[in-house]
Design a protein around this ligand. Structure first.
Ligand SMILES: NC(=O)C1=CN([C@@H]2O[C@H](COP(=O)(O)OP(=O)(O)OC[C@H]3O[C@@H](n4cnc5c(N)ncnc54)[C@H](OP(=O)(O)O)[C@@H]3O)[C@@H](O)[C@H]2O)C=CC1
Ligand SMILES: O=C(O)C1=N[C@H](C(=O)O)C[C@H](O)C1
Length: 250
């Protein structure tokens, strides 16, 4: 039985995860954590502070906030809990530091920018396309409650594209309204849309001589992430250190 602590258990992803985990034969929620609440959950220890967490567990599943995730991940590694981090917002420096720390403590884990198959494939295909199309822009569209901009998935997509495409000037249109060209990741423009009715969606637009390629993925609900979450929990044992991306275990 894989024993799981869910951090951010009352959020959209925390609730979807509890629901999914309640249907897994080989996984069990033994604890939940949120500093803001103290609910009573049958058969589950509820914690309001990291210092109080005293339950035996194998995995720390994190769907909290960009402000909290670094401290949470550090706490998990400190306590021999394998972190599976869905929360966005870790900086490159923080990831490098956590990777070094998990190696030192011999704790495996995963940081997953997006657990949905469609997003994992979008990132893979975009990296492949960037070898042939250097001109690219990313548009991400999310629900209006999303706390961080741009999305972690958009940033991860840009990083993967940046790793393979040749750097070059991509248009030099003057902005007459500041921000009109979007955010800039090493010359890759990222545009963020926040609208009610949306969940999580991304388009990667490649332009070439007289042609264009658009790669798009849509998460219409939170269940789109759940098979990826289950896979990560099942396979995290096989991971060498703390790795980034669900593809590590696919
Ligand atoms: N990797 C992936 O595939 C996905 C990642 N995400 C990411 O997961 C994160 C959570 O998303 P979502 O569930 O939609 O967000 P929500 O805002 O719905 O949930 C966040 C939860 O975190 C809790 N929380 C607030 N502060 C802290 C803290 N200091 N420590 C621990 N918990 C805290 C909140 O508690 P309370 O409600 O009591 O205030 C809330 O329940 C975001 O970073 C999002 O980008 C989202 C979807 C998919
Ligand atoms: O906040 C969300 O909803 C999501 N966050 C992640 C991100 O920032 O990329 C993953 C997915 O896009 C949903």
């Amino acid at each position: 039985m894989i024993r799981v602590i869910v951090a951010g258990y009352n959020g959209s992803m925390g609730r979807a995860s509890l629901n999914m985990l309640s249907r897994q034969q080989a996984m069990e929620v033994v604890g939940v954590y949120s500093p803001n609440r103290h609910d009573v959950l049958e058969g589950v220890s509820v914690f309001q502070s990291l210092e109080d967490i005293d339950v035996e567990a194998d995995v720390w599943l994190d769907f909290t906030t960009p402000d909290a995730v670094y401290e949470n991940a550090h706490f998990a590694i400190d306590n021999g809990l394998k972190p599976i981090i869905g929360t966005t917002g870790l900086t490159d420096d923080q990831i490098a530091e956590l990777q070094a720390y998990s190696k030192e403590r011999s704790v495996s884990g995963l940081i997953v920018p997006n657990f949905s198959m469609s997003a994992v494939l979008l990132m893979k295909f975009s990296k492949e396309a960037a070898r042939y199309f250097q001109d690219v822009e990313v548009i991400e569209m999310h629900h209006e409650d999303k706390k961080d901009t741009p999305s972690g998935t958009a940033l991860s997509t840009a990083k993967r594209i940046d790793a393979v495409r040749k750097q070059h000037e991509q248009g030099n249109s003057k902005e007459t309204l500041p921000g009109a060209r979007g955010a800039d990741y090493n010359g890759i423009r990222i545009h963020s849309v926040r609208l009610p009715g949306y969940v999580a969606h991304e388009q990667v637009l490649f332009g070439g001589e007289g042609e264009a390629l658009t790669i798009r993925q849509d998460s219409f609900n939170r269940s789109s992430f759940m098979s990826g979450v289950a896979l990560a929990i099942e396979k995290v044992d096989q991971v060498d250190g703390l790795q980034v991306g669900l593809e590590t275990v696919m």
